[in-house]
Design a protein around this ligand. Structure first.
Ligand SMILES: NC(=O)c1ccc[n+]([C@@H]2O[C@H](COP(=O)([O-])OP(=O)(O)OC[C@H]3O[C@@H](n4cnc5c(N)ncnc54)[C@H](O)[C@@H]3O)[C@@H](O)[C@H]2O)c1
Ligand SMILES: [Zn+2]
Length: 367
């Protein structure tokens, strides 16, 4: 089995990553070895609780730890100040002190919520993340960003707090729907597009067929993504130099598609359409050759991700959301565009007229 450990030394703390299959039974020993904590609150959601969080808890207890379990409602609504207050209540009830830990078991909603609770409880205690969606294994659990949402916008309340230990057990992905697995793959294609042309070839070879669900393939997928994301974060931990912003590839228009509220699409599906738009923009501005843009679109379509909107939406509807993107500077949208595969550039001078045309490009084929 292709499993392993990676260690990343961020300036704000070290993170140890374990990736492999069927790791949950040994999590207790790993947590005791790497943290030495004796008491921990396991935070999860109701979908994940019985299947994965209870076995995690059993493993922790077998390793001699005292644990509590909090299962929030599945979905983005739990990533809120109310949801966070619920975690604090559970930490207080369990008597978790500075020598304790928060253990998040679930998708990105749970890892973001558990991470922020750990970042702030008693001014910061260690967190352990056990991501159970592909999105969380290759993106949300890496890099130390934690957050909850505010009614005015996503992820507006948060902190940087690196988890001490991340355990990616690909066996948990077996219960993820094909649609959710594909949505996670969008971030993987993104990592390949901005960092590693050979990884894009890997997707052409493996990601489109049924072998993607093989555990060995999934472990390789997770490890390559974790390394790419951690390498980028190591260059720009607090997103101050523009290097980490490259991870926003496909997200400027992707977030606008998500935020406009007109579509029932997963985050990764919005990002896939956003990458198609970014590819078109880069070709139009003369930065990228059309063959490379077509290649990325083909990889996305090959894993059953959308590269066009499911129904028409006008540029008038989308453009205000593009200008409001969190990464916009003084109302000017910032795009990550490719010069070639693996070579992204941050652009804040894409003319509005061209952005309108990019919105035209991603309309459904019949429009
Ligand atoms: N912190 C970061 O850097 C970062 C990066 C990317 C995304 N995020 C955040 O992550 C969140 C999205 O994460 P997500 O896509 O994992 O969504 P999610 O956490 O909502 O999970 C999606 C659904 O899958 C279910 N689920 C989880 N694991 C499962 C499994 N193994 N089998 C079956 N069902 C399972 C969940 O209960 C939920 O219903 C967003 O809030 C986003 O902002 C954060
Ligand atoms: Zn994303």
């Amino acid at each position: 089995m292709n499993s392993g450990r990676d260690f990343f030394e961020f300036s704000a703390g070290k993170t140890e990553f374990h990736s492999g299959a069927n790791l949950i039974p040994s999590i207790g020993a790993a947590v005791v070895e790497s943290l030495g904590a004796r008491r921990a609150l396991v935070v999860t959601d109701e979908n994940v609780a019985a299947r994965y969080a209870e076995p995690v808890r059993a493993s922790l207890e077998t390793a001699g730890m005292t644990t509590g379990l909090l299962a929030v409602k599945p979905g983005e609504a739990s990533k809120s100040l109310d949801g966070l207050a619920g975690v604090y209540d559970a930490l207080a009830d369990l008597g978790v002190g500075r020598d304790g830990a928060v253990i998040g078991v679930g998708g990105g909603v749970v890892t973001d919520l558990a991470g922020l609770a750990a970042a702030t409880w008693m001014r910061g205690i260690p967190s352990v993340l056990i991501p159970t969606t592909l999105e969380a294994q290759i993106d949300a659990a890496i890099g130390g960003k934690t957050a909850v949402n505010h009614p005015r916008g996503k992820n507006l309340i948060g902190a940087f707090h690196h988890p001490r230990l991340v355990v990616c057990d690909v066996a948990t992905l077996a219960t993820l729907s094909d649609r959710d697995l594909a949505a996670g793959l969008a971030e993987s294609v993104k990592h390949a597009a901005i960092r590693d042309e050979s990884f894009l070839s890997w997707h052409e070879e493996h990601a489109a067929d049924a072998t993607i669900r093989e555990e060995g393939i999934l472990v390789e997928l997770v490890r390559r993504n974790v390394r790419i994301k951690a390498d980028i974060v190591l260059c720009d931990e607090r997103e101050t130099t523009g290097k980490r912003a490259m991870l926003n590839y496909g997200h400027t228009i992707g977030h606008a598609i998500e935020a406009c509220g007109q579509f029932d699409l997963r985050h990764g599906e919005c990002v896939a359409i956003g990458m198609a738009a970014a590819g078109w923009l880069a070709v139009q501005t003369g930065m990228l050759d059309a063959t490379s843009a077509d290649r990325i679109e083909a990889v996305l379509a090959g894993v059953a991700l959308p590269v066009r909107l499911p129904s028409p939406v006008s540029a008038e509807v989308l453009q205000p959301f593009i200008a409001l993107d969190k990464k916009a500077v003084a109302g000017v949208a910032r795009f990550v565009l490719l010069e070639r595969i693996g070579h992204p550039v941050l652009c804040d001078s894409v003319p509005d007229g061209l952005v309108r045309k990019a919105v035209g490009y991603i309309q459904p084929a019949s429009c």
